[in-house]
Design a protein around this ligand. Structure first.
Ligand SMILES: O=C(CO)[C@H](O)[C@H](O)COP(=O)(O)O
Length: 217
């Protein structure tokens, strides 16, 4: 199971520092939407140059003009770019085509999706990577519950990332759903001892994997 570190609401310097502090534990680095809006694609490029061994996710949250935005992300060195699930199929298909040309990937953000038909439509256009996302603003009045995972039940072919206010304490409830990637932001980036928290997160995952290594979704 991968750990994706989400870099949101941070300065450039803070982003670099937190990755340096957690580098041994994390697998994927997400440049958050707000950070991209603040610093642009040059910062995505800079982070890929600094941390070339990590899978770099540009959280573009594209909703239109897919071809152009996918090219922007991949030209800047992103290995994965994101698109909202409510975008048109044409937008997503255009992005998947660009990704194929670059040897890169597209992650479809399922924020707000509650209809399994949309999951089937996404699979029909050959989406293979999605993120179950309990949004920052939704976190003001709730948390990622078990039922949130039901939309993906039985979807063995989809690679799944999960995000939304995940902490060391809530992680056992998340990993039991056996996602491929756990996305953690504030629970690491807003802590004083970031390296230590990332170690605790890795340990919870290791513990789960030791006990349930062959479990399917
Ligand atoms: O995409 C995001 C916000 O739109 C974040 O990356 C995601 O929610 C993870 O961050 P946190 O753990 O702080 O919720």
């Amino acid at each position: 199971m991968n750990i994706q570190l989400a870099l949101d609401r941070l300065t450039k310097e803070e982003c670099i520092d937190v990755v340096n502090e957690t580098r041994e534990q994390i697998d994927w680095i997400e440049i958050g939407t707000g950070v991209i809006k603040e610093y642009g694609m040059n910062f995505v490029r800079d982070m890929k140059n600094r941390f070339p061994e990590k899978t770099l996710v540009a959280d573009m949250k594209t909703c239109d003009a897919g071809k152009h935005e996918a090219k922007q992300a991949f030209d800047a060195g992103a290995d994965i770019t994101t698109v909202m699930a409510f975008a048109t199929n044409q937008t997503i298909k255009d992005m998947l085509k660009v990704a194929q040309e670059y040897g890169s990937r597209v992650m479809v953000d399922l924020l707000g999706v509650s209809d399994t038909n949309r999951i089937m439509e996404l699979q029909a256009i050959e989406v293979d990577l999605v993120s179950l996302h309990f949004g920052k603003d939704m976190q003001q009045s709730g948390e990622l519950e078990d039922e949130y995972f039901s939309i993906l039940k039985g979807q063995e072919d989809l690679e799944v990332a999960v995000a939304g206010g995940i902490t060391v304490d809530s992680l056992p409830n998340v990993v039991k759903h056996n996602p491929d990637t756990v996305i953690v932001g504030s629970a690491i980036t807003k802590q004083e001892h970031k390296g230590k928290v990332s170690e605790q997160i890795r340990e919870v995952i290791r513990d789960y994997e030791r006990h349930y290594s062959n479990r399917s979704k």
